[in-house]
Design a protein around this ligand. Structure first.
Ligand code: PMP
Length: 304
């Protein structure tokens, strides 16, 4: 990772190397943090941050879900993100806001631990590799199941809950795949370790519903809108492992991964074993939308 100049911390622009937290921060011990991943792009309106307000609203929702006091409003957080991109003189890149419990409590009772908020930003290319974006990645159904709604809040981005994703991702990489696909406790397809999943069958799209314990990604919602507006049927219906094997096309969506085709699942080729036409269309429309090139969806781009 290449350093940028500043990290925004609790209201100040702090030089990258000086952005530190205490070893007794509550979040380091118990995972009591929440975070976001956001991308900035060069757009037809200058540098723009994609769905910035939505992401900051989700950060506040995640904090509320896990009982982490977050004083900053959505507007304050969005302003900080824009100022950070400007201060770092970035034309595109990835933003990582984190709100976590800091110093003040070393027991599980979080009372007394103050909330730290920071936003870092750096240049980050294709999360699953350029080659993956072009030709598709290899995925493996994980032996780990996705965190359950009765145990944590899958719809929130809690830092602690990402141990589940790290286990699945590491297992996939160790077995020679690029990404994990997690089933939920009922055996329904949930999502990738950091992406939502779409299955194309007979010219229509299928994606697991929020009730299957997914994070309802903004890239997912964006792609659903773009393809529905093109006249495609996009159905939020539970999917099985067998549905993955029988798919004509499969692709993953996420802020980091954008739209990444899947060419192989559990050593079985997906469709022809190369990205199909609907996946290509989703990639193309998404790439245009984030750059403000589609008039109807300019509202998603929030200029810096
Ligand atoms: N699922 C998980 C588990 C994720 O971590 C992410 C990345 N935030 C996504 C889905 C995709 O969400 P989004 O499109 O909002 O980045």
């Amino acid at each position: 990772m290449e350093a940028t100049k500043f990290i925004w911390m609790n209201g100040d622009m702090v030089p990258w190397d000086e952005a530190r937290i205490h070893v007794l921060s509550h979040a380091l011990h118990y995972g009591t943090g929440v975070f976001e991943g956001i991308r900035a792009y060069q757009t037809t309106m200058g540098v723009g941050i994609f769905r910035l307000t939505d992401h900051m609203e989700r950060l506040r929702f995640s904090a509320r879900a896990y009982g982490i006091a977050l004083e900053h409003s959505v507007d304050q957080l969005a302003k900080a993100a824009r100022e950070l991109i400007a201060a770092n003189e970035m034309e595109d890149g990835y933003l990582r806001p984190v709100a976590h419990l800091g110093l003040g409590s070393v027991g599980l009772n979080p009372t007394g631990a103050a909330t730290n908020v920071f936003i870092a930003a750096w240049r980050w290319g294709a999360y699953l590799g350029e080659e993956g974006v072009r030709n598709g990645i290899k995925a493996r159904v994980s032996s780990w199941r996705r965190i359950e709604r009765s145990m944590m809040v899958p719809a929130a981005k809690g830092t602690g809950s990402y141990l589940n994703s790290v286990l699945a991702k590491s297992e996939a990489l160790q077995s020679g795949a690029d990404e994990a696909l997690l089933l939920n406790a009922q055996g329904h397809v949930a999502e990738g370790s950091g992406e939502n999943v779409f299955i194309v069958r007979g010219g229509a799209l299928f994606t697991p519903p929020p009730g299957d314990g997914i994070l309802n990604g903004f890239t997912r919602q964006t792609v659903m809108t773009l393809l529905r507006d093109q006249g495609f049927g996009v159905h939020e219906v539970s999917q099985t492992r067998g549905d993955l094997y029988g798919a004509d096309e499969v692709f993953l969506t996420g802020t980091a991964a954008e739209v990444t085709p899947v060419r192989e699942i559990d050593s079985r080729p997906v469709g022809e074993g190369s990205p199909g036409p609907i996946t290509r269309l989703a990639q193309e429309l998404f790439a245009k939308a984030v750059r403000g090139e589609l008039d109807a969806y300019r509202g998603w781009v929030e200029p810096v």
